[in-house]
Design a protein. Structure first.
Length: 301
């Protein structure tokens, strides 16, 4: 074999290796019992997923199986971009059984499971509203700045509405005021988020059921076990003591009035770090079979 031929072969092999090294690595596979689109191209049965792949379903559910072991289901009529550490939901609804810290992003909110046994349902049912359900295990939700805005235990769901003012929006929380290590602590009844409170009148309300509105103090170091420090602008006592039925009744009766006084929608039960929250039906989409897929075709297995 001549020197010229050997050199040509070596160049071809080097070019092939270079192309293979530059090719994007697969992160998983999408499967469906029918047609769907990947990066706006129509496919049927299955398709390889890469970092940032856009998947849009039509009339059938699509199952995303990632190499990490995470499983994501996109309901019919849904669209999302898939990454190694998250799926960004742009339309419709998704269900997630994650491995590790894999999460779902929607409207600037980041939803992640707490523990390997957690199953999350995230849906964009209304404009500017994200519905999050903890079907199993626990789930946490953070805003775009990474501030915790909700923690859901199994069997709970919230409609979350990012406020136009973002993190500068007034916070509105309800719960039992406690004092720990000379800090005033409150856990919101709707979002299950614990915050530190600062302001006048707190000393006299320790142990009572209260409702507050206030603003997050930028850069303040929150007490251990809390997510942020809130300067209280308005405080209402809803009930003497925290365990009395009268306190719970007062909270229900005063909720709409207190919210209106603070300039917050009467349908909004809580606002934390610029995100409004109201209770929602748990797993309605799952119960309706929205995420049920027919048998995966043999060509996709």
């Amino acid at each position: 074999m001549s020197v010229q031929v050997r050199s040509l072969i070596a160049l071809i092999l080097a070019g092939t290796v270079s192309v293979l090294m530059c090719a994007p690595a697969s992160i998983g596979i999408a499967k469906a019992n029918g047609a769907f689109s990947v990066d706006q191209a129509g496919v049927y049965g299955n398709s390889t997923l890469f970092e940032g792949t856009a998947v849009e379903t039509g009339k059938v559910v699509s199952e995303l199986h990632l190499q990490s072991g995470t499983e994501v289901i996109l309901a019919a009529g849904s669209r999302g971009k898939v990454y190694r550490d998250r799926v960004v939901l742009e339309k419709g609804a998704s269900q997630l059984k994650a491995v590790g810290k894999y999460g779902v992003d929607a409207l600037g909110l980041h939803v992640t499971p707490l523990g390997s046994s957690s199953t999350i349902q995230v849906a964009l049912n209304q404009p500017n509203r994200v519905q999050v359900s903890a079907l199993t295990g626990s789930v946490q939700v953070a805003n775009s700045q990474g501030v915790l805005v909700a923690t859901l235990t199994s069997g709970r769901a919230l409609d979350l509405d990012p406020q136009a003012a973002g993190g500068a929006a007034a916070s509105h929380l309800t719960g039992c005021l406690q004092k720990k290590n000379d800090k005033y602590i409150l856990t919101d009844e709707t979002t299950n988020v614990t915050v530190e409170l600062q302001g006048a009148g707190l000393k006299d309300e320790v142990g009572n059921h209260i409702e507050i509105t206030g603003a997050t103090i930028p850069g303040a170091m929150p007490a251990k076990g809390t997510s942020q420090v809130i300067s209280v602008g308005n405080l209402n006592r809803l009930g003497k003591g925290c365990s009395s039925k009268a306190g719970a009744a007062a909270a229900a009766a005063a909720g709409a009035g207190g919210a209106a006084a603070a300039g917050i929608s009467a349908t909004t039960v809580a606002v934390v770090a610029g995100v409004g929250a109201t209770a929602a039906a748990v797993g309605g989409l799952a119960a309706a079979g929205t995420f049920s897929a027919a048998k995966t075709p043999a060509s996709a297995q």
